[in-house]
Design a protein around this ligand. Structure first.
Ligand SMILES: [Zn+2]
Length: 163
């Protein structure tokens, strides 16, 4: 993965079908996200040029472009907000937005996605359209981030255990 500001992202190399208007729309959505996370200690945008075309036979959902906003990490706990453009199992591009928290279950699952939105890009949803909706979800979370226990409670997961 390469990392940098959104201006560094080679959008038309990652997504060759984008029109100039599409590129503008992606920048507008990313600007809103960058504004929402201003003042936070966060990761930067990440992208994988080798995933611009669907990786052959690779399991999982390869990430093409993403942002991982770490709201809280430490003491064994974790709260992250993610916005990613990925390849689905069906070979379609999709935009994922997710809240990810550390797991405190009896059985250790490491982390959980406690709120997640996936928008598959297709005839009815453009990549910029899906990205904008995902970005709006992310900025909404960042405006009202709560703590990790709030998200675990909302998902019916056990709270953090303190020694
Ligand atoms: Zn768990």
């Amino acid at each position: 993965m390469l990392r940098g500001s959104f201006d560094d992202v080679p959008l038309t190399a990652l997504f060759p079908l984008l029109t100039p208007a599409d590129v503008d729309a992606l920048h507008q959505a990313a600007d809103a996200v960058d504004t929402a996370r201003a003042g936070r200690a966060t990761a930067r945008w990440e992208w994988a040029p080798e995933h611009a075309v669907l990786p052959d036979g690779r399991p999982g959902t390869p990430v093409v472009l993403g942002l991982d906003v770490v709201e809280h990490a430490g003491g064994g706990d974790q709260l992250e907000f993610l916005l990613q453009v990925v390849w689905t199992d069906q070979g379609q591009l999709a935009v994922d937005a997710a809240v990810n928290v550390a797991c405190w279950c009896e059985t250790d699952h490491v982390t959980h996605d406690v709120d997640a939105l996936r928008l598959v890009v297709g005839e009815e949803t453009s990549l910029p359209g899906a990205f904008r909706i995902g970005a709006e979800r992310l900025t909404g979370w960042l405006a009202d981030p709560h703590d990790a226990d709030h998200w675990r409670a909302a998902a019916g997961l056990p709270p953090r255990r303190t020694a």
